[in-house]
Design a protein around this ligand. Structure first.
Ligand code: AR6
Length: 170
């Protein structure tokens, strides 16, 4: 059974092995959930991010993921992934799928048993939540990720209802 739990709340409070950050490709913090995670984790997280290999100004291309320690958070790791900008990037469905898959793969390869996701790309990157929920839930349900408990931390009642409806329908 794939264990997927939907929570209305702040992802920085999650008691899980890995928290996923909806980052940008420079991985030096930002607004939204990225800002909240960096504020809660403290400067150690930024230091860890700066150590991630930089190529042409990019630490994490869109659709990929990188893992660091989690500073002052309860989690062991932060997995930084970059979702697509819905109206700008080509093939946003594939890129959002890759962001979820690469995050889950990193969690498994680091021995995590639990992972918490925000609604990647659903803020300033403007991905329609209904479509994002379908992609995220269908990937989390795959048998290869069965060993992980997957949490979605969502910030509003509307988002929670969208994810719950999709979880029931798929
Ligand atoms: N816990 C859970 N969800 C949250 C939290 C929180 N503490 N704070 C915001 N959200 P966004 P994106 C929700 O914009 O669209 C950053 O500047 C929020 O309501 O954070 O992937 C990065 O540096 C929304 O539903 O991420 C990038 O430049 C969801 O998290 C860019 O924004 C994602 O919104 C990434 O944009």
């Amino acid at each position: 059974m794939a264990t997927i739990k939907i929570i209305h709340g702040n992802i920085t409070k999650a008691s899980v092995d890995a928290i996923v950050n909806a980052a940008n490709s420079r991985m030096l913090g930002g607004g939204g959930v990225d800002g909240a995670i960096h504020r809660a984790a403290g400067p150690k997280l930024l230091e860890a991010c700066k150590k991630v290999k930089l190529e042409n100004g990019i630490r994490c291309p869109t659709g990929e993921a990188r893992i660091t320690k989690a500073g002052n958070l309860k989690a062991k790791y932060v997995i930084h992934t970059v979702g697509p900008r819905y109206t700008i990037d080509k093939n946003p469905e594939d890129l959002l799928s890759s962001a979820y898959k690469n995050s889950l793969d990193l969690a498994l390869s680091h021995g995590c048993e639990s992972i918490a996701f925000p609604a990647i790309s659903c803020g300033v990157f403007r991905y329609p939540p209904q479509k994002a929920a379908q992609i995220s839930i269908s990937i989390c349900k795959r048998s290869e990720y069965e060993a992980l408990i997957k949490y979605f931390y969502l910030f509003s009642d509307d988002m929670v209802n969208i994810w719950k409806d999709v979880l029931e329908s798929l």
